[in-house]
Design a protein around this ligand. Structure first.
Ligand SMILES: Cc1cc2nc3c(=O)[nH]c(=O)nc-3n(C[C@H](O)[C@H](O)[C@H](O)COP(=O)(O)O)c2cc1C
Length: 86
């Protein structure tokens, strides 16, 4: 999972720089953002560029001001992407 706020409708450059330093080939990257209005923006495409050879899984976007009430959304997303443990 690569998680950050969204900046200028994309993953912050520092996240792209960070992701480029690692080899995600053959792995699945799940993008997570908090946001004010833009949702995931271009985050999925940004990580597809920064992580060549990785699969970009379904992303999760949570509005910053709703983070404290996001349990349900996070759990159902974890279930959908197969990461929920019993
Ligand atoms: C430099 C900067 C750029 C931002 N650009 C966006 C943006 O394009 N779209 C958006 O929805 N939120 C944008 N935001 C808001 C942040 O994503 C938001 O503050 C963060 O997700 C945390 O939410 P909160 O401030 O409600 O806690 C930006 C924030 C900063 C500091």
């Amino acid at each position: 999972m690569l998680a950050s706020p969204i900046w200028n409708v994309r993953a912050p450059m520092i996240m792209s720089t960070f992701a480029e330093r690692f080899d995600f080939r053959g792995r699945t990257v799940f993008p997570i953002t908090t946001y004010a209005m833009s949702g995931l923006g271009t985050t999925e495409r940004d990580y597809a560029k920064s992580c060549p050879g990785a699969t970009i899984g379904e992303g999760l976007a949570v509005q910053g001001e709703k983070v404290r009430d996001a349990d349900g959304a996070v759990r159902s997303w974890l279930g959908r992407v197969g990461l929920l443990r019993d």
